[in-house]
Structure formats: structure tokens, C-alpha cells
Design a protein. Structure first.
Length: 409
């Protein structure tokens, strides 16, 4: 479980950080006023990351950062002033990054930096460079940003690694490499990994004009000229990964039903089409419809109807958490039971139906019972349109049989 430690002695600054952390960080965050309190908290908890003030009343010379780093806690430093001596001191310490406390935006940046580092945690990155020294340097810098890093000595090796591991989310590639250069690598990778799925940063030595534009035209997200400053490297990587996360958030919102939080019709149809490609795997498609839902709206109002939909959706998620669930209409839902035969699927769906009927829902503070009718069919070696038509026919028959029942076709 991720957990963040913040050490800051200013009441005003800590208040601002608390507010921003509550908004941007969906993890446990502990706050300390001093090195002493920080040490005590570290003895009690395992921390993923620390955000610490460089100067504290009981630690005037960066001792708190030294301590967190000695405990192998990746650390971001807050400092009220910066000069070359302080910058060099922090780089030698091995901090992830530093943020100068000169205005409110700096605190906003610091918390967003922490949020991105937490998203990085465990994400896979690949460094492709024929220079052992460059690979080692970039690997160390990425590991400070909590990436799980692997490396390749040329473009061909990097390409194969990307084909073998679709979970790699970041590629840093040099231009000049044997067997396959950075341009060829980027062009090849973009044939099977899109900009919304893999971030790419191109690299090359100074004095080679036009490389940055060509890298980006071939599909890179950004470009860095070597040698680069640590701060520039961290900023470029962070911004690139933030863009990738933003795209993922937009895609996720496009595939989610805003009321219930379940996947929506668009997601379901795209996902179901992919399942059809696996003709060897048995899958069962079930359509579920809340019985007499119109009565809920008529008796209690549409807001109460929304409450009922949310509660049924939550109940569905608890019972079919390992499967694909979607809200595909007003009170109609679809479930795909992966790799399951008809007999087992029928048993599981009937158990759910009986549990739902006996569950006490609450509508406007009053207990209320709901039931569902279910139509199901084997989802294999047929078109999606045909499977939906068969399941819908089964659902219609269930509705005609006094509802609260399951029909299999």
C-alpha cells in the first residue's frame, strides 16, 4: 500500500500542502513538523515517498532528507532558496527533485509531482542506448522516479523487448545506435504501440540539428539533447508521463457510465468484439434487466431511480468483480463471464438473482426489494450481433415468465 510522508514546519505551508494532498493524492499521507516527528513516523510505517523541507528547526542542514534517503525512501525536497551550492548538495544526496518555495504554484507543482511519482511506482520503462555509461545514468535517474527499468544496447534489442512486454510504458532511445538507430526504432514501435499507450523520448548529442523535429515526426513525444541537467531530465519525463496519464483518464471517462461507474455500452461492444477473436475460449453473455423499474421512478421520483441504479450496480460489482460488467441501457446491464461453460454460468447467475431478490435496498431511506430478469447465451463462434440478439430474446422470454427468472438460449 502506498504511503507518503510530508515534513514541513511552517503552519501555513503545511495547511496548503494538506489541502492539495487531499485533492490530488488518493493515498495515506502523514504530516510531521520536525525531524524528530518524521523519524518517529518512519519507525511506524513503510513510506513510498517523502516530501520534506530542507531546513527545519531541529535539522538546519538537510538532515531530514539525509535520513529519509538513508531509509531508502525516494525524496522530494522543498527549499526556500536555491543556489549552485544547495543544488549540488541535493544532487549529491540523491534526491528525486527539488521544488523552490517561492509561491503557491510551487506547492501545487510539488504535490502534482508526488502524484505522478506514485503513478510511476512499478511502471516499466526501457532505455535504449549503445553507451553503457548513458544507459546506467538514465536507468538510475528513472529508478529514482520509481520506475521499474530495463535497458537495451541497440534498437533491435529494444524493439524485441517492446514486442515481448506490452506493459512497458516509457521508452528513452538514443539516435545513434548500431543495427537499428533511434528513428527506425520509433517508426517500428509506432506500428504496434500508439501515443496513448507508450511514451517515447528521443535523445541525441549536441550539435546534431533537426533531430528533435524528426524524432517527433516519427512518433516520439519529446526530445532531449545530451548532455542534459538532472532537473531537465526529470521535468521532461514527468511531463511526458503526465500527458500519458491524462490521455488514459480521458479514455477511461469515455468508457465509463457517469452515474454508476460501470463500463458503458461503447466499452462493452469494443471489449466483446475482442473476445470473439478467441474462438477456443468459452464465454457466456448475460443480459440483466431490473424488473418493474418504472414503478420506482413513478413511486419515488427519478432521483430515487438513480439511487436504485447505483445500488444495483454496486451489488453487481461485488458479485461479478472478476468479470466484465457494463450498463448498456437505462436499467439494462450486460455481463460477460469469461472462460466459463453454460452450466457454471447459469448456476452463478441464478445465485446472484436469488441474492438480489432477498437483499434490502434503501430508497429515500425506505427499505425496498428489487429483482432482475436474465437472458443468457454461449458467446462463442458467433457474431456479437447474433449473440446480443439471442441473449435479448432470452431476456424477453424471462420477462414474459413473471420476471425474476433466468432463460438460457
Amino acid at each position: 500500500m502506498q504511503r507518503v510522508l510530508v515534513v514541513e514546519d511552517s503552519k501555513v505551508v503545511q495547511q496548503v500542502l494538506r489541502h492539495l494532498a487531499a485533492h490530488y493524492l488518493d493515498v495515506a499521507v502523514d504530516f510531521a513538523w520536525s525531524l524528530k516527528e518524521g523519524v518517529s513516523l518512519i519507525s511506524e510505517h513503510d513510506y513510498t515517498l517523502a516530501l520534506v523541507d530542507l531546513t527545519l528547526p531541529d535539522a538546519m542542514n538537510g538532515e531530514v532528507a539525509k535520513y529519509t534517503l538513508s531509509k531508502n525512501i525516494p525524496t522530494v525536497v522543498l527549499t526556500s532558496k536555491i543556489d549552485e551550492y544547495i543544488r549540488q548538495q541535493m544532487l549529491e544526496l540523491g534526491v528525486v527533485d527539488y521544488v523552490v518555495k517561492d509561491n503557491r504554484d510551487s506547492y501545487h507543482y510539488a504535490i502534482k509531482l508526488v502524484a505522478q511519482l506514485l503513478r510511476n511506482d512499478g511502471s516499466k520503462a526501457l532505455v535504449a542506448d549503445d553507451s553503457v555509461l548513458s544507459r546506467t545514468l538514465m536507468k538510475q535517474m528513472l529508478e529514482k522516479q520509481l520506475f521499474d527499468v530495463r535497458d537495451a544496447q541497440d534498437g533491435e534489442q529494444a524493439l524485441q523487448m517492446l514486442k515481448d512486454d506490452p506493459e512497458i510504458k516509457l521508452l528513452l532511445t538514443d539516435y545513434a545506435m548500431p543495427t537499428m538507430d533511434g528513428f527506425e526504432l520509433v517508426k517500428a514501435v509506432r506500428n504496434f504501440r500508439g501515443r496513448d499507450d507508450l511514451a517515447i523520448i528521443g535523445l541525441s548529442g549536441a550539435g546534431k540539428h533537426g533531430l528533435s523535429a524528426r524524432f517527433i515526426k516519427y512518433g516520439a513525444n519529446d526530445f532531449l539533447t545530451k548532455p542534459f541537467m538532472n532537473e531537465e531530465f526529470h521535468c521532461r519525463v514527468m511531463q511526458t508521463m503526465e500527458q500519458l496519464a491524462l490521455i488514459a483518464d480521458i479514455k477511461e471517462s469515455a468508457y465509463r457510465d457517469h452515474l454508476t461507474g460501470l463500463h458503458n455500452r461503447r466499452y462493452f461492444y469494443q471489449y466483446a468484439e475482442k473476445l470473439l477473436k478467441n474462438v477456443e475460449q468459452e464465454n457466456v453473455l448475460a443480459l440483466l434487466d431490473i424488473d418493474f423499474f418504472k414503478n420506482v421512478n413513478d413511486q419515488f421520483g427519478h432521483e430515487a431511480g438513480d439511487q436504485a441504479l447505483k445500488q444495483v450496480s454496486s451489488f453487481l460489482k461485488t458479485k461479478f468483480d472478476d468479470f466484465t460488467i457494463a450498463r448498456i441501457g437505462g436499467e439494462e446491464f450486460a455481463v460477460v463471464l469469461h472462460n466459463m461453460n453454460l452450466a457454471n454460468a447459469e448456476s452463478k447467475l441464478n445465485i446472484f438473482r436469488e441474492q438480489l431478490a432477498s437483499h434490502a435496498f434503501s430508497i429515500n431511506g425506505e427499505p425496498y426489494s428489487l429483482t432482475m430478469s436474465i437472458g443468457m447465451t454461449l458467446f462463442q463462434k458467433v457474431s456479437l450481433t447474433a449473440a446480443m440478439r439471442i441473449a435479448d430474446k432470452a431476456l424477453y422470454q424471462a420477462k414474459q415468465q413473471d420476471r425474476n427468472c433466468l432463460v438460457q438460449l
